[in-house]
Every structure is written in C-alpha cells, then in structure tokens.
Ligand binder design. Structure first.
Ligand code: ADP
Ligand code: MG
Length: 222
C-alpha cells in the first residue's frame, strides 16, 4: 500500500531570479518502507522534503498522503495534519532548552490531546527508553550532549505515532559515534516497528542500508 504518492512535482524559487528547484518529480513510498534521499549539496533534497512534509505549500503537482491530497489545503489544516501524521527531525534538534527532556517529547502529544497526560507520559518514557536516553528524562534538555539531544528530538518526532518519520540530514551535526548510534536506531525502528521513514543523507554507506534510495540531481530523480 502506498502511504505517499507525489506526482508531477515542480518547485520554483524566485530569488534572485526564477529557478526551477524541482523538475517534474514523481515518487511513491510504501507503508513500512525505509527510504533514503541522496544527492549533491544544492540538488534539491531539502526542498523536496519540505514539500513532502507539508511545511512548504508553494508547489505545483500533487502530494497524496494516506489518501488525503495536500495541494490546496490551508495552513491550519496542514498544521493539524502534520502534527498527527508526520514526524520530522532536522539537522539541529530544536529542543526547548529550558524544558525537561520528558516535556519536550510530550509536547506534540499534549497539543494533539489524543491521550490523557499520564498515558502520554508513559509513551514518552517508552520512547526515551527505546532511544536509550531514559535516564535523562527529568533533566533540562540543554544539559544533554548533542547526540543525546538529537535522540530526544527523534523521540519527540515519534510521540504521535507518525505515518512517516522524515529527517533532513538528522546526523549532520553529530560526530561519527553518535551518527552510528542514530543510524542503528533508524534501522531498529524500521526492523522492529516497521516505521515508514524518509531520510535525507549524504552518507552513501547509510543509504545502502535502507530499502530504497532516491537519488536527486539538479531537481530531478536520477
Ligand atoms: P540540498 O538540500 O540538496 O542541499 P536544497 O533543496 O536546499 O538543496 O536547494 C536546492 C536548490 O534550491 C539550491 O540551488 C538552492 O540554492 C535553492 N534554494 C533553496 N532554498 C531557496 C530559497 N528559499 N530561495 C531561493 N533558492 C533556494
Ligand atoms: Mg539540504
């Protein structure tokens, strides 16, 4: 079953002059797929991921996620859809530094209000355990190391059981040890939880470990 289908995606930037950043892209992602997106710097990887995650709404073409069309939706509908169905991990973790680790992970769930707070707290603790940072739960986020903070960011991205977990170079700020830990974790999420994932990386070794690689060059799939 396709969980995401994108057709005829075109994306233009107009600054400083009209430039076609994505050129007639088609792609599908099946439920449970672990997909990597690779390509040179400037090839359009982030641009594509921002479209597919519904964060950028200014594009031509169609993006259908789990049977819903994203094109033409208003911002509040998309924000709600994103919170429910898409987990996103950036290169930088963007945790709230003064909040506890646990609170950071719970926040998207509190916003959604699908579970009572106690249940949500248990879920957050389970995720922190999965990511091996459970002993940091009550610390302020700013006190953790870079690698730990990124693992907390992944837990936060998973709190609402997203249909798809997306990452834009999620190991880009990490040293090789933490990069290895995070890659192992993605593999575990794929193998044990069948989490559908779409991860931008320029690590070709990592890409080889995924089910499918989409290679982008000059805004096209090649
Ligand atoms: P990648 O993530 O593969 O390194 P990007 O998707 O960030 O590449 O960028 C693709 C192309 O689009 C690049 O040429 C970049 O300069 C251009 N671009 C990205 N964002 C903008 C923007 N906001 N305005 C103008 N050009 C942009
Ligand atoms: Mg990028």
């Amino acid at each position: 079953m396709n969980i995401l289908e994108a057709k005829n995606l075109n994306k233009y930037f107009y600054d400083p002059k009209k430039f076609k950043a994505l050129d007639n892209l088609d792609l599908t992602i099946e439920k449970g797929d672990f997909v990597s997106i690779t390509g040179k710097s400037g090839s359009g990887k982030s641009t594509l991921l921002y479209l597919l995650s519904t964060m950028d709404t200014d594009f031509e073409g169609s993006i259908n996620i789990n049977g819903s069309e994203m094109q033409g939706r208003n911002n509040s509908w998309l924000a709600d859809f994103r919170n429910k169905h898409i987990g996103f991990v950036f290169q930088f973790h963007f945790l709230l530094p003064e909040f506890s680790v646990l609170k950071n992970v719970m926040l998207p769930g509190l916003k959604r209000a699908a579970f009572p707070p106690q249940e949500l707290e248990q879920k957050a603790m389970d995720l922190l355990k999965l990511l091996d940072v459970q002993d940091q739960a009550l610390k302020r986020a700013s006190l953790l190391s870079g690698g730990q903070q990124q693992r907390v960011a992944i837990a936060r991205a998973l709190i609402n059981d997203p249909l798809i977990l997306m990452g834009d170079e999620p190991t880009g700020n990490l040293d090789s040890k933490n990069t290895g830990l995070v890659f192992d974790l993605f593999k575990k999420l794929s193998a044990e939880q069948h989490q559908t994932m779409l991860i931008v990386t320029h690590d070709e070794e990592f890409a080889k470990n995924t089910d499918k690689t989409i290679h982008i060059s000059d805004g096209r799939i090649s």
